[in-house]
Each structure stands twice: as structure tokens, then as C-alpha cells.
Design a binder for this molecule. Structure first.
Ligand SMILES: Cc1ncc(COP(=O)(O)O)c(C=O)c1O
Length: 384
């Protein structure tokens, strides 16, 4: 494990030019990720189609992803996106009986609500846990929604709009009391926080490699708890989901015994190179050390914002906060553009700008952001 954060910072060249607080949209590019993509290019030029190596890259991503989530590689499907994993899982669920309810929350990224609403044609009923007056959704808000007719509770770990972190153990307890399964969309957390899916008690998890996992777009994962695999046969399938890919059998569907049954076609080879290299960095630094660093930096940011009289909308309690600090603005797009003029990269959703923090950020990055916001206060603070 390496936690020399100054040395690690030097592996992300964009940090020399930018105050990069945008890992919740797209991570900074590491030297080793770039080198991995270049080695794929070398393969294309020198070998042509290097399938024997390429297949092992897909497996390397599976193994590394399993290590990040602290599960077995047989419980991981390497997918083209988080959405692809959700669709494959949804296709294996049966909504035709009495237990056909899906509970989502107001904090969902659209895809983790839209895909469940798309199952209404197959009998699903989708209900939403609403945010309370203080903007948060405590586990108790799920209590009146989760019942014996609930098939699945599909919730985000960290909200992409405001950085709030849901009480997953509390939600899992409610679900388990009624025999419902829990799916965790951990895209806005995994790589920046420890996501130990077994300790959390969730049955399924989805995410992808372009944010805190330091890889690239076009590759994601679905975790399925091993005990559930035999009972889940996806109709969203393909030749790479078969038990024996090489059999080329066109007379039947014979899904793999492992979570690979949730994959579909040819893996995204170049993305596997980038994803493996990104996951290696996360594993090298260690998610516990990363989480401690990220929480310290986000706390510094919240305190700095309080000091300039511009408090964040992100919960201040550590257990309720992910790697994001969301700041309300009169014109969030305008503020994001203004910060960009100062080489500070953020993003915006709703009426907030989002500073999304990884281990390669420094206390100075946070101070630069807070100072720029102090200067922009008169123009962009919602109360001014
Ligand atoms: C929480 C969350 N879930 C899902 C997604 C979408 O993932 P994908 O585009 O891989 O389907 C995102 C993307 O930003 C996200 O932030």
C-alpha cells in the first residue's frame, strides 16, 4: 500500500495545469493508464489481433474489480456500462407475481430509475422514496415503502446531485425483514470510498471505471452475490455470456455458472487495458487510505465554505457524505465556467456546482477553490 500522496499526484499530469475537482464526472488520467492504452496500440501495430492476450485483460479487470469490492471474481460481470449491468440484471428478474415492487429514491442517477420504470411493461411497480425537508433521505423514509411485495430496493450509495450518502445498512435491514433484494449503484463512491458489498449486505452492485476507479468510459461492472446466481437467468445475453464461449452452439442458451452470464458480446478490449491499470492504482493505494484522505479533504472544503459564508448543500456528517461537495449557486453553469477561467475544473447539476474529490487532490486544491468562491461570492451566491 502506498499513501505518499505527493508522489502519487505526480502520476496525474493534468494536476500540474489544473485544480482538478471533477473525478465524479471523469477521473484525471494517470501515467500508467495512458501507457496501458498505448500498449494496446502497440499490439495493434505489431501483432494485429492479439486475442490470446486481450481475453486475459477482460479477466484481469474482473479479478481486480472483485478485489476492490472484496468479493470473488465469479461474482463480477464486466459490462459495457453501469446501465448494461442493470439491464442484464433486470432481464433476469420476474415481475409477474405479487412480489413485483421496485423501490428507488429521489437521489438516483436517472439510469437507475429509468431502467426500473422500463420494467413496468413486464409488470414492475416502481415507487420513490422522497427526500425529507432537510434534503436528506433517512432509512426510515424507506420503511413505509418496503413491504412483502417488494422484489428489489435499487438505490444509489452517493447522490450524484449533492454528494449525500444513503444509510445502506439501515436500508438493507428493512429489505431483509421483508425478503426483498437490494441493488447498490455505487458509481459515485467506488474507488473513493471503501465499498465492501458483503459488509454492507447488498445483493447486487453496479458501477463503472471512468470516475474514481481511474479508468475510462465504456466499461463497467455488475456484482451479483454468488448464492443468487443459479436462480437468475438473464434474457439480455450473448455469446460471451455462455458457459463455453468457444462452443459456438446455436441450438441453445447455456449461461455461464458465474456472473459472466450477465455479459453479452465482445469485451471492450482497449477499455479493459485502461480499466485494469486504473484499478491497479486504487488497489495499490488502498480504498481505506483513499477514503480517509477524501473525507479529510471534503471536511476541509465544508469548513472553508462555512468560513466564507457560503455553506454547501452536502451533509456535514461524515457517515452521510460521499466524495463530493455541492455548492448552491445563483447560476451554476456560469459559476462553473468562471472557475474554469481560473483553471479550476468542477461540474454542475441542478443549482449546484460539484467539487468531486479524489486522493490525488491536495489541501491546496481545496483552498484554491474556496478562495475562488470567496472572490465570486457577490455574483454567484444564491442569497446575494
Ligand atoms: C451514480 C451513477 N449511476 C449511473 C451512472 C451511469 O453509468 P453508465 O453511463 O455507465 O450507465 C452514473 C454516471 O454518471 C452515475 O453517476
Amino acid at each position: 500500500m502506498s499513501s505518499d500522496f505527493s508522489a502519487l499526484r505526480r502520476r496525474f499530469p493534468v494536476l500540474e495545469r489544473k485544480t482538478y475537482l471533477n473525478s465524479g464526472s471523469y477521473c484525471a488520467l494517470a501515467d500508467s493508464v495512458r501507457a496501458a492504452i498505448e500498449s494496446y496500440m502497440d499490439d495493434r501495430l505489431l501483432v494485429g489481433a492479439n486475442w490470446d492476450v486481450w481475453v486475459t485483460k477482460n479477466e484481469a479487470v474482473r479479478v481486480a474489480m472483485a478485489e476492490v469490492l472484496r468479493v470473488a471474481p465469479t461474482e463480477i460481470a464486466v459490462t459495457a456500462s453501469a446501465s448494461a449491468g442493470l439491464n442484464a440484471l433486470a432481464s433476469a428478474l420476474d415481475f409477474s407475481g405479487r412480489r413485483n415492487k421496485v423501490v428507488v429514491s429521489d437521489f438516483e442517477f436517472p439510469t437507475n430509475a429509468q431502467i426500473w420504470h422500463a420494467q413496468e411493461r413486464r409488470g414492475a411497480r416502481v415507487v420513490h422514496a422522497r427526500r425529507a425537508a432537510d434534503g436528506y433521505i433517512p432509512a426510515e423514509s424507506f420503511a413505509s415503502l418496503i413491504d412483502d411485495e417488494t422484489l428489489l430496493v435499487a438505490v444509489t450509495y452517493v447522490c450524484f446531485r449533492n454528494g449525500a450518502k444513503l444509510d445502506i445498512p439501515g436500508i438493507v435491514r428493512l429489505a431483509q425483514a421483508h425478503g426483498a433484494r437490494v441493488l447498490l449503484d455505487c458509481y459515485q463512491a467506488v474507488g473513493a470510498l471503501t465499498v465492501d458489498v458483503r459488509a454492507l449486505g447488498v445483493d447486487f452492485a453496479v458501477g463503472g471505471m471512468l470516475k474514481y476507479l481511474l479508468g475510462t468510459a465504456g466499461i463497467g461492472f455488475l456484482y451479483v452475490r454468488g448464492e443468487l446466481l443459479p436462480g437468475l437467468i438473464p434474457s439480455d445475453s450473448g455469446w460471451w455470456a455462455q458457459e463455453d464461449i468457444a462452443a459456438m452452439d446455436i441450438t441453445a442458451n447455456r449461461p455461464a455458472g458465474s456472473a459472466r452470464r450477465f455479459e453479452a458480446g465482445t469485451p471492450p478490449v482497449v477499455n479493459c487495458y485502461a480499466a485494469e491499470a486504473g484499478l491497479r492504482i486504487v488497489l495499490e493505494v488502498g480504498t481505506d487510505a483513499i477514503e480517509a484522505r477524501v473525507m479529510e479533504l471534503s471536511r476541509r472544503c465544508l469548513e472553508g465554505l462555512e468560513e466564507i459564508g457560503w455553506p454547501a448543500v452536502t451533509p456535514t456528517l461524515d457517515p452521510r457524505r460521499g466524495p463530493m461537495v455541492a455548492v448552491p449557486a445563483r447560476d451554476a453553469a456560469g459559476l462553473c465556467a468562471r472557475l474554469m477561467q481560473h483553471n479550476i475544473v468542477t461540474s454542475f447539476r441542478d443549482a449546484n456546482i460539484r467539487a468531486t474529490i479524489h486522493f490525488y487532490n491536495s489541501p491546496e486544491d481545496i483552498d484554491v477553490l474556496v478562495a475562488a468562491l470567496r472572490d465570486a461570492r457577490a455574483e454567484f451566491h444564491p442569497g446575494c
